[in-house]
Design a protein around this ligand. Structure first.
Ligand SMILES: *Cc1c(COP(=O)(O)O)cnc(C)c1O
Length: 408
C-alpha cells in the first residue's frame, strides 16, 4: 500500500470491533474492574488493561498504534507536548555524568532544555553539522546518545540519517531523531537507521493547530548494554521492548507527561489528511521559495531549491520534497518587522504545521532566551523570518508576499 492508503487502513481505527471509523473519546481518569485481583494483575503488568489515564487510555493507544505503524516502529508513547516527548526520551536514557551530541540547528525550546539538563550533570556537545565525520570524531566513552532534527527548525539543515546512523552504530550509541518538520510523509527515519524518533505532533501530525502533543516511536533495534546503560538492567528482559517498557514504567509515567484523550482524538482526525496536507504544503513552499528567490531584496533558504546545498539529499532521503518551512532574510530587523506587519492574511504566530500560513521573527521570540552565538548557529539572524507555509491557494500566498516585500 502507498502512503495515504496505509495511513487510512493500517489498523482497526477504533481499537475495538464496533465498526466505528474513529475511536470514542474515553474522557475518563480511571477504569473500574469487578475484582481486586483483576486490578492487581493490571498494575503488575500481568494482564492487559487500563487503570488510570496517566498510564494508559484507549483513545491515546489508538493514536500511538497508528503513529507506530506509520513510522515503522515497534511501539509509541504519546506525550502532553513535543517538549515532554524529548525530555522523556532523554531522561529515559541519560544519567549524571553522561554526554550527548546534538546539533546547533535545533528548535529553541530543545536548546533551552539542554541548558536545564546541566543541573543534572548531563552535558550536551553542540555540532554545527551532524555528519558521519563530525559525529564519529565527537563520540567519546561518556557519549550515550546523539540527538538531531532531520530538517532543522528553523535552520533547515537536512541530516543524512543513513550515514549518521552508521557512525552511531559503529560506536553503539543510539540515534534519536526529531522528525517534526519532515513527518512520516517525507521520510521514515527508522528505515534509514534511526533508533528512536520523536515528533511534536502539535505541528503537522495534528495539522489544524488545535492540540499540543508529542509522540515517541521506538525501532526496538538498539542493544542496551547494561554496563553503559545501568538503568536498563531491569528492562533488558523485555528484549526489543526494553526502551518502551522502561519509559512507560518509569520517567514518562512518573513525570505525568500523558496526552489527554481529547487531544489524541484531535490528532487522529488530523492524521487522516497528513498526506494530502503535506503534499500541498510542500508544493506551496517550493513555489513560494522559487518566487522569493527572484526578489533582489530577499535571501531565501529552502532545502528543496536547486540552489540549496541540501538539494541532492532532499532528492535521496525526502523523495524530492523540501518540507513546508521557508526562511527568508529581509536585510535588517526593521525590514523584517515591516514585512511581517505588511502581510495581509498570513498569521503572525509561533507555530508551524498549521493549515494556515504562519510567520514569525524567531530572533525576538522563540530564540529570545538564546545567546547571540546560539542564535547564529541555529540559523537565526536579526533579519530572519520563518514562514510555515499552509494549504491556501499559492497565487494568493505569492501575491501577499509580493505586496509586502515590494515595500521594503
Ligand atoms: C515545536 C517543536 C518542538 C516542541 O514541541 P511542543 O509540542 O511545542 O512542545 C520540538 N521540536 C521541533 C522541531 C518543533 O518544531
Amino acid at each position: 500500500m502507498k502512503f495515504n492508503t496505509f495511513l487510512l487502513h493500517n489498523a482497526d481505527p477504533a481499537g475495538n470491533d464496533s465498526g466505528a471509523t474513529l475511536p470514542p473519546i474515553y474522557q475518563v481518569s480511571a477504569f473500574a474492574y469487578d475484582s481486586a485481583e483483576k486490578l492487581e494483575k493490571i498494575f503488575n503488568n500481568k494482564a492487559a488493561g487500563f487503570s488510570y489515564s496517566r498510564v494508559g487510555n484507549p483513545t491515546v493507544s489508538a493514536f500511538e498504534n497508528r503513529i507506530a505503524a506509520l513510522e515503522g516502529g515497534i511501539g509509541a508513547v504519546a506525550c502532553s507536548s513535543g517538549m515532554a516527548a524529548i525530555t522523556s526520551v532523554l531522561l529515559n536514557i541519560l544519567s549524571t555524568g553522561d554526554e550527548i551530541i546534538v546539533s546547533t540547528g535545533l528548535f529553541g525550546g530543545t536548546i533551552e532544555l539542554f541548558n536545564d539538563l546541566k543541573a543534572f550533570g548531563i552535558t550536551a556537545h553542540f555540532l554545527d553539522a551532524i555528519t558521519y565525520e563530525n559525529v564519529s570524531k565527537a563520540i567519546n566513552e561518556n557519549t550515550k546518545a546523539v540527538f538531531t532534527e532531520l530538517i532543522g527548525n528553523p535552520k533547515l539543515d537536512v541530516v543524512d540519517i543513513e550515514s549518521v546512523s552508521k557512525a552511531c552504530r559503529e560506536r553503539n550509541v543510539p540515534l534519536i531523531t526529531d522528525s517534526t518538520t519532515a513527518t512520516p510523509y517525507l521520510v521514515n527515519p527508522i528505515k534509514y537507521g534511526a533508533d528512536i524518533v520523536v515528533h511534536s505532533s502539535s505541528k503537522y501530525i495534528n495539522g489544524g493547530g488545535n492540540s499540543i502533543s508529542g509522540v515517541i516511536i521506538d525501532s526496538g533495534r538498539f542493544k542496551w548494554d547494561t554496563e553503559r546503560y545501568p538503568g536498563f538492567r531491569d528492562y533488558i528482559k523485555f528484549g526489543p521492548f526494553a526502551f518502551l517498557s522502561k519509559l512507560r514504567n518509569g520517567i514518562w509515567r512518573n513525570m505525568g507527561s500523558c496526552l489527554s484523550p481529547f487531544n489524541a482524538f484531535m490528532n487522529l482526525v488530523g492524521l487522516d489528511t497528513l498526506g494530502l496536507r503535506m503534499e500541498r504544503c510542500c508544493e506551496n513552499a517550493l513555489k513560494l521559495a522559487e518566487f522569493l528567490e527572484g526578489l533582489d531584496n530577499i535571501k531565501v533558504n529552502y532545502p528543496g531549491l536547486e540552489s540549496s546545498p541540501y538539494y541532492e539529499l532532499v532528492q535521496k532521503e525526502l523523495s524530492g520534497k523540501g518540507g513546508a518551512i521557508v526562511t527568508i532574510r529581509a536585510g535588517s530587523k526593521e525590514k523584517a518587522f515591516k514585512l511581517i506587519n505588511s502581510i495581509e492574511f498570513a498569521c503572525t504566530a509561533t507555530n508551524i504545521g498549521d493549515v494556515r500560513t504562519l510567520l514569525i521573527h524567531p530572533a525576538s521570540t522563540i530564540y529570545t532566551h538564546s545567546t547571540e552565538a546560539q542564535r547564529i548557529s541555529a540559523g537565526v539572524y536579526d533579519d530572519t523570518i520563518r514562514i510555515s507555509v499552509g494549504i491556501e491557494d499559492i497565487d494568493d500566498i505569492i501575491e501577499d508576499f509580493r505586496q509586502a516585500a515590494g515595500d521594503l
